[in-house]
Structure formats: structure tokens, C-alpha cells
Design a protein around this ligand. Structure first.
Ligand code: SDX
Length: 370
């Protein structure tokens, strides 16, 4: 469906899910292959709450990271550390449900703790009184001296943005999660590897790069033409971040929704962000440029999300962690799909060797600098 710019999770159109669901319903859909009933959703929410805290001893890990540590590096380390605190259960079915729930719930706490450490504020614990996204926002932005004031528009936007990121067939990080899991490594280790893969600027790290690119254009007076020329010039090797895709050769359906979410959040908050004007000008310029048209380069999921995250109060270096929080149910469902394959084998890509075929050994004293 990618060629036609259509994205569906288990048959449901991304637009329908983003408009009508909470993120935990979509997580449930991806992992349990069906949208939950009201009772199933209530039980799932309760299970997520029961698994939202981190072991207190893990706080020492956060405290010993330097303040400038990138939250993606921290998240990857903390994800694999979970297996030290929550050893595998004997019952595989129970293990499947609990470890998936633990990761989906605790990844928020990990993200928020890494942020609080970076700004020198105390950790805020999750609360059973709050929903999944309310907890994420509260752990990030409340403090002992000021409660976080919830806005239904922002909570809805948080749900929608996480839904947009939840799964995307065999992208780089999902393939890594499957590959690591195929060796027999546990889910925590596989997800930790997926977080690392996602951090790359050509993949999940692009949402952070888009903001830096828009800021550069803004600081240079809003001249999008210069940035477009740079992206077109092969000498530069520069790519327009938030544009292009391995499989979408038309407008990324998630980018359309992300743009709508962005405009509704900025309107609700009464924010006029010049970066949104620049982003729309850049989009319009590129979509009418032969270079981009010929190569079928359109805005992707990362192009508008950062402007919304910033308006919600997230620092730029947290944007890719938010991508990871959204992608987690996709990674987990793909990992379990791989595990449940009766014919599963360890991943082993081949490569075509094109070097010299047979050389005679030369002792080190007889070797010459080539
Ligand atoms: C994500 O795979 C997924 O599903 C990923 C993802 C997910 O949900 O998991 O959708 C999330 O990673 C989205 C992509 C985020 N990355 C960026 O926004 C970084 C900027 N985009 C590019 O780096 C690039 O478009 C990629 C990496 C996304 C895709 O690269 P491709 O498909 O390998 O494209 P290519 O290298 O084959 O490029 C084809 C041509 C080249 O020009 P020519 O050599 O033919 O002259 O298009 C050019 C490229 O130079 N090109 C770009 C460009 N993207 C491709 N030129 C300028 N700016 C760009 N962004």
C-alpha cells in the first residue's frame, strides 16, 4: 500500500485509528491482533499502570549519566537493563504479556527520568490516576512545586502522534529488533538494539534534524531556496530532513495527519511558530521542484512532528525518544511474530564478496606498504 500512500495497522486505516483511538488501544491491536473491548481496554490500562514504575535501584543509573547524555542512548541502556531487574518468567505466555506491558509502560518513565536528570529536577513518579499519555506528560512536565495542567487537545495530540509512529513494516529499526530476537536474545535486548538503530539521523533521528534544519533557515532570514539548492547539489551530500522515504514514493499519510495535529495544537495554544511557516514554505517549494518531483520526494512522518513536540514543551533531543515510545508496540508485535514462526531461523544475510580470491601468505617483514 506504501506506493499509494496508504498505511493500515491490522487492516485499520491510520486516519481512523488516529482520529478515534487512544494509543493504548492501538498498542493492544498490534500485540493482540484486535482492537480491545471496553473491558479489555480497562484491564490493559490497569496492567500498564501496575507496570509503570521503575525499580528504585535504577534511579542510580540515571543519576550517574552526564546531563548532556542523549536520551536515546539512555533509553537503549535502560531497556536492556530491565532484564536484570525483571528476570524471565517460567510461563512463556505470561512472560509474553508481562514483558511487553512492562516495556510499553516503563519506556515513558525511562524517557521522563532521563529528561528530569538532564534539567536537574527530581523524578516524577507515574500515577494510577492518569491515562497513558497523561502520565507521560505529567512525568515530563510536572514538578514538586507546580502541577502540570492537562489540556485535552495536547493529550489527544500525544495519543495521535504515538499512534502515527506505532508500526511501519520492515523499517531499519524493526528489522534490527527481529534480527536480534532471532538469535534467542530476549525482548529487552532486542528493543534496546531497535532504539539504537532508530537514533540514526536518516531514521528516527530525522525529527530532531528537521528542527535544526528549520532553525537554520529561520536564523538565515527564512530563505528556503538556499536549503533546497543545498539538498539538490550532490557535492553537498546534504539531505532535506523530513523528506523522502525508502518505500513511500508519494505523500507519507502520517505526514498529512501530523501536519493537521500540528496546526490544531498551535492554534489551541495560541502559538505562532515561525518554523511552521518555514516548513510549509519549504514543503511548497520542494513539491514544485523538478528534482524532488522526479525523485518522488515528499514530506515524511518526521517533517511536522517536531514543531508540535516543541509547542508541547519537549526539548529537541527528546523527539526521537517519543518516536521510540510510539514504535514500541510495533517492534514488540513484530518480535512476537518472528518468535511464533514455526520455521524461524537465526537471521543470516549473505553478501557478494568481490575482493581477491586467493593470495599467498606474506610474513610481516616481507610486506610492503601498499
Ligand atoms: C523514517 O523505512 C521506514 O519506514 C522509516 C520510517 C518508519 O516509520 O520507520 O518511515 C521513519 O525513517 C522516515 C525517514 C526519515 N529520514 C529523513 O527524513 C532523512 C532524509 N531522507 C533521506 O535521507 C532519504 O530520503 C531516506 C533515507 C529516507 C530514503 O532514502 P532512499 O530511499 O535510500 O533514497 P535514495 O538514497 O535512493 O535517494 C534517491 C535520490 C538520490 O538522488 P540521486 O542519487 O538519484 O541523484 O533522491 C535523493 C538522493 O540523493 N534524495 C534526497 C532526499 N532523499 C533522497 N535528496 C535531498 N533530500 C532528501 N531528503
Amino acid at each position: 500500500m506504501a506506493k499509494r500512500g496508504i498505511l493500515r495497522y491490522r487492516g485499520y486505516d491510520i486516519q481512523d485509528l488516529a482520529e478515534n483511538c487512544e494509543f493504548i488501544e492501538v498498542a493492544y491491536l498490534l500485540i493482540h491482533d484486535k482492537l480491545p473491548t471496553r473491558t479489555e481496554r480497562r484491564n490493559y490500562a490497569r496492567l500498564l499502570n501496575l507496570n509503570s514504575m521503575l525499580h528504585e535501584d535504577m534511579q542510580a543509573f540515571f543519576r550517574n549519566y552526564p546531563e548532556h547524555a542523549h536520551p536515546m542512548a539512555v533509553a537503549s541502556a535502560m531497556a536492556v537493563s530491565l532484564s536484570s531487574f525483571y528476570p524471565e518468567m517460567n510461563d512463556p505466555e505470561q512472560e509474553k504479556t508481562i514483558s511487553a506491558t512492562r516495556l510499553i509502560s516503563k519506556i515513558r518513565t525511562i524517557a521522563a527520568y532521563s529528561y528530569k536528570k538532564s534539567i536537574g529536577e527530581p523524578f516524577v513518579y507515574p500515577s494510577h490516576k492518569l491515562t497513558y499519555c497523561e502520565n507521560l506528560l505529567n512525568m515530563m512536565f510536572s514538578s514538586p512545586v507546580a502541577d502540570y495542567e492537562f489540556s485535552p487537545v495536547l493529550v489527544k495530540a500525544m495519543n495521535q502522534l504515538l499512534i502515527l509512529h506505532a508500526d511501519h513494516e520492515q523499517n531499519a529499526s524493526t528489522s534490527v529488533v527481529r534480527m536480534v530476537g532471532s538469535t534467542g536474545a530476549d525482548l529487552y535486548a532486542s528493543v534496546s538494539a531497535g532504539i539504537s538503530a532508530l537514533s540514526g539521523s536518516l531514521h528516527g533521528g530525522a525529527n530532531q534534524e528537521v528542527m535544526q534544519m528549520l532553525e537554520t533557515i529561520h536564523k538565515s532570514g527564512g530563505d528556503v531556496d538556499k536549503m533546497v539548492q543545498r539538498a539538490k547539489d550532490p557535492q553537498h551530500g546534504f539531505r532535506l530532513f523530513g523528506f523522502g522515504h525508502r518505500v513511500y514514493k508519494s505523500y507519507d499519510p502520517r505526514a498529512k495527519i501530523a501536519k493537521q495535529v500540528c496546526m490544531s495544537v498551535l492554534e489551541k495554544l495560541g502559538i505562532h511558530d515561525p518554523l511552521l511557516d518555514i516548513a510549509m514554505k519549504l514543503e511548497e517549494r520542494a513539491l514544485n521542484d523538478e528534482y524532488f518531483i522526479e525523485r518522488k520526494l515528499y514530506p515524511n512522518v518526521d517533517f511536522y512532528t517536531g514543531i508540535t513536540y516543541r509547542a508541547m514543551g519537549f526539548p529537541t533531543n527528546m523527539f526521537t525518544v517519543l518516536f521510540a515510545i510510539g514504535r514500541l508496540p510495533g517492534w514488540i508485535s513484530q518480535w512476537y511474530e518472528m518468535q511464533s514462526d514455526p520455521h524461524k531461523k537465526i537471521g543470516r544475510p549473505r553478501q557478494a564478496y568481490c575482493g581477491p580470491t586467493r593470495l599467498t601468505y606474506v610474513p610481516i617483514d616481507k610486506r610492503t606498504a601498499s
